[in-house]
Design a protein around this ligand. Structure first.
Ligand code: FPP
Length: 249
C-alpha cells in the first residue's frame, strides 16, 4: 500500500523518536549470531532516515545504545561499537550530501575513545546542515539524563548562579542533553514490545506511542509512513477535552 500518498504534509511530527528493537531475534530467526541483526539494522537506519527526510521531519532520534546495553556479552558490545564507528565514518559524506546534521544525546564521554573521536568528527563536519537532524542516543538512559540535569541545577543553586525559585520546565529542559531539541510528538517502538525502556522519560510526556510487531531490520520507509499516518489519526488533547480542541480553545 502507498502510505506516502495518504499523508497530510501539514501535520508532520517535527520530531520522531525510535526504539529500534528486534535485531537479535531477527538474526536468530535466520540462524545467525545477534551481530548479523545489528548489521542489517543499519540498513533500516538508512531507510528511515531517507523516509524522514522525504516527510521533512526535522528531528529523528534513534535509541542506538543504552547505559544498560553495556551488560550484554562483551562480543556483542564490542561488535556494536565497531559497527557504530564504521557506519559513522562511512556515512559522513552522504549525510552532508543530503543536508543531514548528526547529533548525539547521552553520556558520550563514557564511550570508547575511537567512537568518541569518530562522532566528534562527524558532528563537526555536519554541523552546518539544516534539513533533518539525526540524533543518536548513545550510552543514554533517561534516568541518567534526569539525574544529571538535577545535579547541574543543584550546582548552580549552590554557587548562587540561580535562585531555587527560578527552577521551572524551561530551565530543566535546558539542563537535559536534548537541550534545544523539541519534544518528540511520535515515539515508535518495533518488535512487539510495549515498553519505554528508560528512553526520553521527561520528553515523552505528551508523545503519541506507536508500537509495531515488525522487527527493526525489517522496518522500512513504508513502515515509517504507516506510523506517521497512524499518528495523524490521533487527537492530541494535552489534558483538554475533545470539544476544546475542535473549537481551538
Ligand atoms: C535492539 O535490538 C538494538 C540495539 C540495542 C542496537 C541498535 C543499533 C543499530 C541498529 C546499529 C545502529 C548504528 C548506527 C550508526 C545508528 P536487540 O538487540 O535488543 O534485539 P532483541 O530484542 O531481538 O534481542
Amino acid at each position: 500500500m502507498d502510505f506516502l500518498q495518504k499523508i497530510d504534509f501539514s501535520n508532520i511530527p517535527q520530531h520522531i523518536a525510535v526504539i529500534m528493537d528486534g535485531n537479535g531475534r531477527w538474526a536468530q530467526q535466520q540462524g545467525h549470531e545477534r551481530l548479523y541483526g545489528h548489521n542489517y539494522g543499519v540498513e533500516s537506519v538508512r531507510e528511515v532516515l531517507k523516509g524522514a527526510k522525504e516527510l521533512k521531519v526535522k528531528y529523528l532520534t534513534l535509541y542506538a545504545f543504552s547505559t544498560e546495553n553495556w551488560s550484554r556479552p562483551k562480543e556483542e558490545v564490542d561488535g556494536l561499537m565497531d559497527l557504530m564507528v564504521r557506519t559513522i565514518a562511512n556515512e559522513v559524506d552522504e549525510l552532508n550530501e543530503k543536508g543531514i546534521r548528526l547529533m548525539t544525546i547521552g553520556d558520550t564521554e563514557g564511550l570508547p575513545e575511537g567512537c568518541r573521536n569518530e562522532l566528534k568528527n562527524a558532528i563537526a563536519k555536519t554541523a552546518h546542515n539544516t534539513e533533518t537532524s539525526l540524533i543518536l542516543a548513545l550510552n543514554y538512559s533517561a534516568r541518567w539524563e534526569i539525574l544529571n540535569a538535577t545535579k547541574i541545577i543543584a550546582e548552580k543553586v549552590k554557587n548562587g548562579e540561580i535562585d531555587e525559585s527560578s527552577i521551572d520546565d524551561s530551565l530543566f529542559n535546558k539542563s537535559l542533553t536534548t537541550n534545544g531539541i523539541p519534544d518528540p510528538e511520535l515515539l515508535i517502538r518495533t518488535s512487539g514490545e510495549h515498553r519505554v525502556s528508560n528512553f526520553l522519560l521527561w520528553q515523552i510526556a505528551y508523545s503519541e506511542f506507536y508500537f509495531t510487531d515488525v522487527l527493526w531490520p525489517d522496518f522500512k520507509k513504508e513502515d515509517l509512513f504507516k506510523a506517521v499516518l497512524n499518528y495523524q489519526s490521533r487527537e492530541r488533547r494535552f489534558g483538554l477535552i475533545s470539544d476544546q480542541i475542535s473549537k481551538d480553545v
